[in-house]
Write a protein that binds this ligand. Structure first.
Ligand code: HEC
Length: 493
């Protein structure tokens, strides 16, 4: 019996892949959660002014926005939060297990603060006007502190996913070395600023709902716009800092996404330019709210929130996920969940040499017994399982899939030897900076190449099923066949 590695069964989602399932849920969650943290800061600013300048009418805005948050952030956030847990647990069980093993107490602490945050927002909304203003302000600050604490704790975990940034953590395995990684402060600053912008853009919906004749509209509208613009400028500056803390493999990917005046060579207008355009558009919108708070309408404000979600947060989250490639956690676990380097501090060993020696089908724990040994009969099925286990985390297998579809990247080649050459060359040597070192024994390479070539040829689909091509009935053949008393010629599959 070969040595096994603790890989879980693989969840394969046709077309969009597991990455997009997590991405879609995560993007909605980011909008809901970031808006809530930013709104906490906005509430504290506005309420401090309401108390200082004795303007109780400002509290009406906070109450309306608070109510809106309860419905918007806290319902959507509570649906998508567990949604992230469910989807990542099946999409990347080893990745999430690695994070839990590193950060169990950080996460437990985060949940305590989150509970305080939820109680805080309810208390804040329902006690407005019912208790004295100074006590209320204390509740608001409790909400702010607990919200920001959840942000800080989550960023420690997320930024470790990018990389620890030094050799230290690999040697010590210490949670503090993992948490205070090179990427932590920059990512915290960037997200912290951009949350203010999220909260401001969502906040303009509530500004737009204030009657035009009410002077509160100008008063609050300008504060909201100023906060949002501050967030945008701070976010842009801290993004440059963030880029400076990224690992070299991320810079290779980023190079393809940033224009050359940013300090890199290639000009490929993929993500960065549209993101910058979205930022400018949101900046102009907030400036307009600042100058003409009377003109904002609810549909326009809602439209801006949709733009923020679809053209801001979605590409931003996707880029952040892409930048981490080929790793999923701390540059020791690859996105396909194979461990790709030693972590002496935690007694973790590189699994790539074992897979190269024994094969992935023999080492992964959950492989159907019939596929452990490749035969001419099961070659196609084995090849498909290898593709699902080692490539589908980052690539759609079908041609029209949205996630870096393999048929397109292989230029549709049906040449098995050529594909095998790629698998045995750059992939096996780990010389592609954004792809894991995938070093498989020759029989597995052959099976995988045969499957990928068959997908390209259109003879099997991404599920590994034979595609029966519809051939129009040939009446002449049938007539001739009947005349000679033979079976009609069947169209081949
Ligand atoms: C960790 C994620 C990841 C995994 C796993 C992965 N790839 Fe890739 N692969 C990428 C990225 C990112 C690119 C760059 C795509 C682009 O330029 O749009 C890429 C590009 C490619 C290309 C284009 C050639 C090149 O060098 O850019 C081929 C072919 C390819 N992958 C094949 C595979 C195969 C086959 C597997 C499985 C055995 C696999 N990849 C596994 C991330 C991955």
């Amino acid at each position: 019996m070969s040595e096994l590695i603790g890989m879980y069964p693989t969840w394969y989602v046709p077309q969009i892949g597991t990455a997009w399932v997590m991405g879609i849920i995560g993007t909605i969650h980011v909008l809901a959660s970031n808006t809530s943290v930013g709104a906490a800061v906005l509430f504290a600013m506005l309420e401090s002014r309401a108390v200082r300048e004795n303007k109780p009418e400002i509290m009406q805005y906070i109450k309306k926005y608070g109510m809106f948050l309860l419905v918007f952030s806290y319902i959507w956030g509570s649906v998508t939060g567990p949604g992230i847990w469910y989807s990542v647990t099946v999409a990347s069980p080893r990745g999430i297990s690695a994070l839990i093993h590193n950060f169990v107490w950080a996460w437990a602490t985060e949940w305590v603060f989150f509970t305080v945050e939820v109680i805080g927002v309810y208390a804040l909304v329902y006690t407005i006007g019912k208790i004295d203003p100074r006590t209320h302000l204390k509740i608001t600050w409790t909400f702010v502190i607990s919200s920001v604490a959840t942000l800080v704790l989550i960023i420690g975990i997320l930024s470790f996913m990018m990389w620890p940034g030094s050799q230290r953590w690999y040697l010590t395995g210490s949670v503090f070395d993992a948490f205070y990684n090179l990427n932590f402060a920059a990512q915290l600053a960037d997200r912290g600023f951009l949350m203010l912008t999220s909260a401001a853009v969502v906040g303009t919906i509530i500004v737009a709902a204030i009657p035009k004749s009410d002077p509160l509209r100008r008063d609050v509208g300008q504060t909201v716009a100023k906060l949002g613009i501050t967030g945008l400028v701070g976010g842009a500056l801290s993004f440059m800092w963030y880029v400076a803390t990224l690992p070299p493999n991320a810079l290779v990917i980023l190079k393809d996404r940033l224009p050359d005046w940013f300090g890199h060579v290639d000009f490929r207008v993929t993500t960065f330019v549209p993101l910058a355009a979205t930022s400018v558009l949101i900046g102009l919108y907030l400036l307009w709210v600042y100058l003409k708070p009377q003109s904002v309408r609810v549909p326009v404000a809602v439209g801006m929130v949709v733009i923020l979600l679809v053209a801001g947060i979605w590409p931003e989250e996707r880029t952040r996920e892409s930048l981490r490639k080929p790793w999923v956690v701390g540059q020791y676990m690859y996105s396909n969940q194979v461990i790709g380097r030693d972590v002496p501090g935690l007694g973790i060993q590189d699994e790539v040499p074992l897979i190269a020696k024994q094969g992935l089908l023999k080492t992964a724990a959950f492989v159907p017994t019939g596929l452990r040994v490749i035969t001419p009969q099961n070659q196609m099925e084995a090849g498909r399982l290898l593709a699902v286990m080692s490539c589908a985390n980052c690539h759609s297998i079908n041609r029209d899939g949205p996630l870096r579809p393999l048929p397109k990247l292989l230029h549709g080649t049906t040449d098995v030897a050529m594909i095998q050459g790629f698998l045995a060359g750059p992939l096996a040597h780990g010389s592609v900076p954004y792809m894991p070192k995938i070093d498989l024994p020759a029989d597995e390479q052959k099976a995988l190449a045969t499957f990928l070539a068959a997908v390209n040829a259109g003879t099997v689909d991404a599920e590994g099923h034979l595609i029966a091509r519809a051939v129009p009935a040939a009446p002449v053949h049938t007539a001739v066949a009947q005349a000679v008393g033979a079976q009609p010629i069947k169209a081949k599959d």
